[in-house]
Every structure is written in structure tokens, then in C-alpha cells.
Design a binder for this molecule. Sequence first.
Ligand code: ADP
Ligand code: ZN
Length: 519
Amino acid sequence: MKPALNILQSVFGYNDFRPLQQTIVERLIAGHDALVLMPTGGGKSLCYQVPALARDGCGIVISPLIALMQDQVDALCELGVKAAYLNSTLEPGIAQGIEQALLRGELDMLYIAPERLVQARTLALLERARIALFAIDEAHCVSQWGHDFRADYLQLSLLHQRFPAVPRIALTATADARTRAEIVSRLNLESAEKYIAGFDRPNIRYRITLKSTPRQQLLGFLRAEHRHDAGIVYCLSRKKVEETAAWLQQEGFNALPYHAGLPATLRATHQSRFLREEAVIMVATIAFGMGIDKPDVRFVAHLDLPKTIEAYYQETGRAGRDGLPANAWMVYGLQDVLKLRQMMESSEGSADHKRAEQQRLNAMLGLCEITTCRRQALLNYFGDELPEPCGNCDTCLEPVPTWDGTEAARMALSATYRTGQRFGVNHLIDVLRGVENDKILQSDHHCLPTFGVGKKLDKTQWNSVFRQLVARGYLNADLERFGALRLQDKCRALLRGEESLELRLDIARKAQRQQTRQA
Ligand code: ADP
Ligand code: ZN
């Protein structure tokens, strides 16, 4: 068996592993299971390709992206790896040849589409072959809450049952805690080691401000910092994309609109102008960006709140690929939240799905409201860690006005604890505010010492308190239990009175003003 580093150098032509790759590769070669979370471009492929070559037998790679399979296999063949794929696009004769090659032990790596893998005859074939490992790529497809759900992925748990001795590695770039938990339970990866890293983009400066006069705010930002730079301005609606692009043009910027409603030829023209010309600002919906690899995008601005932290991370991640300083700038307002909530509410999909969407939105909102380092919170969301505040986000650079939320936080945590960590935020707020509704009375929560202790704050303020507690890792939403909040270890110091907590002030105030206006 060739050592891993030797394979990396002789086959792939790289000098060194990236830090986490090495550990993953070694553990997999030793026969352990792994769950790997790395952003796109993080270097996931080598995590299974090297062990597939190092171990005896053929590495089976399960990938839902049939369109990419051929490219991946071609690239491996270029390197002298004996790779092939099996999917529905192949002629039966060719597929048969590949199956024979597998049985004769002539393949290093075989890519298989999930729907093919779970067929009885494919499984029977694999049982007759020597298998080095199973790599389950895009593992988040197993999550029924996500957008990429694939029913075939659910059946992949049979790999564990039918091939208990073969190590498995599941990989994904997008997985919040909920999805992660789902991957683990659905693929029987309870004993797998988890590796999460590489999410930090240190050259991107994260800045999030409350929306007041969005156009003027954007203009101020562009004039002060990006007069002659390429960048992307994201808006929620097509109409707003067009209006914003036209207005930026009037203001002297080279701005172009991009959304799925424009004719394909126009979209292509705008895209290629963005790629080729200098200092073009693309004003776009989220339809723009997939697969765009422009290294010198100096800023990504959001005029509307993304629906999830994953989306925010993906979209802002298009800035500064060259490693030079770049800005991720956003304005957001409560109106955005209401609009998104409404869209989610009226969308198709089950009640559970909607609830999951709301929770993701709340997490995004938590990131907006946080008063501590945004990068730490962002990385924390992905399970990645940053030991010290980054010094390169707005909250690090300019401390935000806060209020002493220690007592409110303790009340919130106490209400969570005393109700058995089985309830979501709305019920907890009702407890704190002393609302005598059916649910409260049925569960005797009106008898709790925390009942009604929080009347001083209104519902919106409590929402903000809870969101910030979630955002900072004091509370976690239970994935299996409809967002029931649970205390995290971090709470102890706060509950014991050893720690105080500063909460962001601006939101509570603004919300209050809006409420008085509505009343
Ligand atoms: P992912 O699948 O996570 O999106 P890839 O596996 O496609 O990422 O890798 C992204 C890029 O990083 C590729 O161009 C790959 O060749 C490169 N890369 C990965 N690992 C290393 C390494 N150890 N040394 C140098 N380049 C690497
Ligand atoms: Zn920071």
C-alpha cells in the first residue's frame, strides 16, 4: 500500500495536503467512517480519491450530478487513474464492460448515480467486487428539509447494512446543524468522525447595517469605497433588479441587470461583460452567480436579506476569490423579514418544511443582530471555529450600541429550562409575558415562577432576545422537535451569574417605534 502523501504527490501532483485533508485521508485509509463539511473549493475530492487509491479495491463514489460525472472521470483518467462511471446515459454494452472491469479488479474508482446504485442488480454486482470505500458526495441530498432532496439518497443507509466492513465518507458543502444531524441519522453515520473546516474567507469584510434609505446607503458605500470596482448587488425581486440597475446607471456606474426573466441572449451578454470588462456592477437576483468564477469581484452588496445563512455565505463568497480585500455589505430591515416570512408562508410545501425555513431565516436574522464578531458567528453556524474575534467585520471594527440583556437572557433561558426544553420561541414568549392561552393553561405553565416575569419587553423585543441567544450559541433549535429550544453548555456561566450579556439595541428600538406607529 502506497502512503497517502506519496499518492498525493505522484498521482495528483500536489506537494502537501491541506490541514484537514490529511487527517481525513489517514482515518479513512485506516477503515473509519467520516462526515466532511467543507465549502465548495475546499478540496473535498481528494479526501476520498487518495484513500480510494491507497486502499485495496475500487472506490465507489455516489454522486447525483450526472452532468459532472464524466468531467470528473476524464480528469482522473488524465492523471492515470483507472476511473469510470455508471449512469443512465451509458450504452448498455459499455456499462457491461465497466461492470466486468470492476469484477476483474481493474478499476480504482467508479462513480455511480444514486438511483443506479440502489438497484438490486448493482448491489449484487458490488457484493461480488472488492470495494475500497464508499464516498457519498453531496450528502445533504439526503435531507428532506433541503432544496436538493433526493429520495434515492434515503436508501443509501443500506450501504451500511450490506457492506458493514467498507468505510464510508459523506461529503457536503452546505449543512447547518439540522442537515448535519439528518445526514448522520439517515446514513447511519453515528460513529463517523466529523470534520468541518475551511469556511473562513478572511479577506472578506462582513458588514451588515439596518436599512433606512437603502439607495442612498448603497450609493454612499459605492462612492466611498468602490468607484471603479467590479461587484454584485443582490436584490430579491426582478423589478427591483431592473430599477436599481437603471438608477445606478444614472448615478454614473456601469451597472447591468441580471435575472431569470431576461431573454437568455441578454443574460449571456451581461454575464460576459461582467466577466470581461472592468468595473461592471451586476445587479441581480440569486439567479446570478452559480458557477461564475471571477476572481476580482471586490464587493457583494445585499439590498435584501437572504433567506438563509447558507445563501448569504454562498453569495458573499463570490467576492474576493483572488484573496485581496473585499466587502460583503448588506442593509436589512424588518420589512425584509416580514416579506420573506410571507413568501415562505404562502409557498407550497408542508408545515414542517415551512417551519424549517422560518428557523433558517431566524438564524440569518440572528447573524444580523449579533453584537460580537460576525465571522465567529458565521463560522460557528457551519460548525467551524475561530478562536478569536476576526478584527475584519463591522462589529469588530466598530462596536455596536447595546443594552444589558443579562436579566432578559436569564429569564429567557429559565423559561426554556422550566418548560422542559420542549417548546418553540412563541410559546416561551407567551410564558414570559404572562399570556393565559390554552396551550399555557393545558401545560400548567401559568404556575411556573417565570410566568409573566417578562412583561416589560414586548413580543418583538423578546423575539430579538431569543434570536440573539440562538445566534450566539446559548440556545439551539432542536431539529427533531419542531424548533424546540434547548440550552447549550454555554448557558451555565450566564445562569450562574458569572457572565453578563450585551444585546444589540438598534433592533429593539426600531421595532418598538414601528409597533407604536402601528398601534
Ligand atoms: P470541492 O469538491 O470541495 O469543491 P475540489 O476537491 O474540487 O473542491 O478542490 C478544489 C480545488 O482545490 C481543486 O482545484 C483542487 O485541485 C485543489 N486542491 C485540493 N486539495 C489540494 C491540495 N492539497 N493542494 C493543492 N490544491 C488542492
Ligand atoms: Zn469580526
